[in-house]
Design a binder for this molecule. Structure first.
Ligand code: EPU
Length: 335
């Protein structure tokens, strides 16, 4: 059933009031293929709407991917393969896995969005990225309606990046993703950020994966706004990668600059730090603002339009570029 003139407010975590000329929700690959057969163009696939800034109404067909299912495909030695529907809420999947005692994605707890959207930007947090546990995905090509399989190499994962942000942008709907997780002897990643400190304050000395998941949930909840309370899309910008010379120049005026070394000799500088130095952290502009506890996150205090958020984003980009000579790139998709 394709609806007309549908409000998209319930379907985007920024809480923006755009409308879709045509809208449908699909619960299976077959339903997706039949919606595509309507021929309405252009088609926009929505997952959890947690990485999308809607600056205008959408003229074509918006398809909300609600394809469910989580199944154990196979176990081999210490590895378990799990296949998950693209419409499953990411954190529901994490909870299911943690509950079963499988390891690999506990650091990715509480990331907003759906399983089908996760490979598009190779979601990551606290030293783990989706690509570390990814096996393959299935996706329907919007034009031909055929189901294709993409293996790890096909996806060309990078930092918050994949082929689905480049050549294949807007061309596929990811209907399932298969992950390889560990059954025991899990490789825990505890060195990033406050994980170790949080485990200690929870009195945990020998963490199980459920303890790590709980610690990540505590850290994220303390820094990042809950979209159900304040509209947002998590990190709005990517952390920029630059030449070491740029960092050294910044260090002259800001000796406390934060940076991470990259394998290729370049460096990554946290966008949150750059934005904070430019005085944006906690600043409110109309109904939008830069979040008070994490400058990388832009928020909708209620009633903001997508254009207002976009204007704030570009004011921040210009200001960081003027001050540091680094042009930030949005991580969020802007429509
Ligand atoms: N920082 C500041 N001011 C701020 C925010 C951060 O100075 O307002 C500095 C901190 O001092 C810290 C550094 O930036 O030294 C890193 O901060 P944090 O650990 O909070 O991580 P991030 O680099 O800002 C990235 C991801 C997050 C992810 C965290 C934890 C990107 C674009 N963002 O943020 O991902 O949760 O690391 O792994 O890579 C998301 O993508 O939606 C997201 C929340």
């Amino acid at each position: 059933m394709i609806q007309q003139n549908t409000p998209l407010l319930p379907y985007n975590t920024f809480g923006l009031a755009a409308r879709a000329a045509h809208f449908t929700e699909v619960f299976s690959v077959r339903e997706l293929q039949s919606a595509l057969q309507s021929g309405i163009q252009p088609v926009l696939i929505l997952g959890g709407g947690s990485n999308m800034l809607l600056t205008q109404d959408v003229s074509g067909l918006v398809i909300k991917n609600a394809i469910g299912g989580m199944e154990l495909v196979r176990t081999a030695g210490n590895t378990v393969l799990v296949k998950v529907g693209g419409g499953v809420v990411w954190h529901d999947f994490v909870c299911w896995v943690v509950d079963k005692g499988y390891g690999g994605i506990e650091n990715l707890s509480l990331i907003p969005g759906t399983v089908g959207a996760a490979p598009v930007q190779n979601i990551g947090a606290y030293g783990v990225e989706l690509k570390d546990v990814f096996v393959e995905l299935e996706a329907v090509e919007l034009a031909g309606r055929q189901l294709h399989v993409f293996n790890h190499a096909d996806c060309r994962f990078g930092y918050r990046d994949s082929i689905f942000k480049h050549e294949n942008k807007g061309k596929y709907c990811i209907t399932s993703v298969t992950f390889a997780l560990t059954r025991q002897d899990h490789q825990l990643h505890l060195s990033y950020g406050d994980i170790q400190k949080t485990l200690e304050s929870n009195g945990v000395t020998q963490p199980a994966i459920a303890d790590v998941s709980k610690a990540v949930i505590q850290i994220r909840s303390s820094k990042l706004p809950d979209p159900a309370v304040i509209g947002n899309c998590g990190s709005f910008f990517k952390n920029p990668e630059t030449d070491r010379a740029v960092l050294e120049k910044i260090r002259l005026s800001h000796p406390q600059v934060v940076s991470y070394n990259l394998p290729d000799g370049r460096v990554k500088i946290p966008a949150g730090w750059l934005i904070e130095q430019c005085g944006w952290k906690g600043k409110r502009v109309g109904n939008t603002g830069c979040y008070e506890k994490q400058a990388l996150v832009l928020v909708n205090y209620g009633g903001a339009t997508g254009s207002e958020v976009k204007n704030l984003a570009y004011a921040i980009i210009d200001s960081v570029e003027r001050t540091f000579g680094i042009r930030l790139e949005p991580e969020v998709n802007i429509f």
